[in-house]
Design a protein around this ligand. Structure first.
Ligand code: OGA
Ligand code: MN
Length: 199
């Protein structure tokens, strides 16, 4: 996978870049189908519940359902995994980020206003998450579905539509972000890349 000069430059100056047509239409559709099947099978767990005993308060903070994805050769999610391996290699080679392994999480926002309030994915000195890459698997997204990713940048905010085959890549310690309330089912697959020296 080749990164373009403007993508590498944007990661340094603004802390993020967006790439569309990450996998191509056929593989993207297949990822959507597999991700939706996993969500509909009921095996995902409420993300907010891990924060403490008060579930009502937790879903107000984070209303998605999650599970970890592992490499699965021959599946669409496996091909997304492979693309994330290539992306990590390209970021290490071009942007000198020294990335090692990543975790991959499937997140399903069921609609009904499910959101994830403003946060950072990593804090200096507390975590070795360096880069966040979020892949969206929503083929029929429309503005009234909500669920945009809002990025908090130096010069204001930017809302990114979670449309099929789009990937948003940002520096985990640097960018605050939130998921705006989603009023339709919303699927995302997030890779968190660790530094090469991570445990
Ligand atoms: C996260 C997150 C954003 C998104 O899971 O940490 O911020 O657009 N997700 O799904
Ligand atoms: Mn996040």
């Amino acid at each position: 996978m080749e990164l373009q000069d403007d993508e590498i430059a944007a990661l340094g100056t603004k802390g993020f870049f967006i790439r569309d047509a990450f996998l191509g239409p056929e593989r993207a559709r297949a990822v959507h189908v597999e991700a939706r099947q996993r969500a509909e099978a009921g095996s995902l767990k409420p993300a907010g519940i891990r924060r403490g005993a008060n579930r009502t308060e937790d879903t107000a903070v984070r209303g998605d359902f999650i599970d970890w994805v592992t490499p699965a050769p021959g599946t669409a999610l496996g091909s997304l995994w492979d693309a994330f391996v290539e992306l990590g290699d390209a970021l290490s080679a071009s942007a000198y980020l020294g990335l090692g392994r990543f975790d991959l999480q499937l997140a399903h926002y069921p609609g009904g206003g499910a959101r994830y309030v403003r946060h950072r994915d990593a804090f200096p000195g507390q975590s070795n998450r360096r880069v966040t890459a979020i892949y969206y698997a929503n083929p029929d997204w429309r503005p009234e579905h909500g669920g945009q990713l809002r990025l908090f940048l130096d010069d204001g905010t930017l809302e990114v539509a979670p449309t099929l085959d789009r990937v948003v890549i940002f520096l985990s310690e640097r960018l605050e972000h939130e998921v705006l309330p989603a009023y339709a089912p919303r699927l995302a697959l997030t890779a968190w890349y660790y530094g090469r020296d991570a445990a």
